[in-house]
Design a protein around this ligand. Structure first.
Ligand code: ZN
Length: 108
């Protein structure tokens, strides 16, 4: 399992693909595939068949996973997409830091 530079709950900017320039929060991480699902990003139409469990059929839009290399975390301090570095705090906690301003992008 590879270490990804993003995790669930991160606010990220899409830097490639049809949703380039949009941002959203990561709602799911698939480490094995190095993919993430970002809210309202990479929407695909899914056809639902009417059934007793789903009720009425129809078309719904769902988020399809995108590769982690296509997203960049947005630093809460600079409010811009950034590359992330790592820092180990005095108490041993590892945090991800913004390469622009050096601030932690992990919530405390
Ligand atoms: Zn920053």
């Amino acid at each position: 399992m590879g270490k990804l530079h993003v995790k669930k709950g991160d606010l990220v900017m899409v830097i490639a693909g049809k949703d380039r320039g949009k941002s959203g929060r990561i709602i799911r991480v698939i480490p094995k595939e190095e993919r993430v699902v970002v809210e309202r990003i990479n929407l695909v139409k899914k056809h639902l068949r009417a059934s007793p469990t789903t009720g009425q059929g129809g078309i719904v839009e769902v988020e399809a996973p995108i590769h982690v290399s296509n997203v960049m975390p947005i630093c809460p301090s600079c409010n811009r997409p950034t590359r992330v570095g790592k820092k180990i705090l005095e108490d041993g906690t590892k945090v991800r830091v913004c390469k622009r301003c050096g601030e932690s992008i992990d919530k405390k």
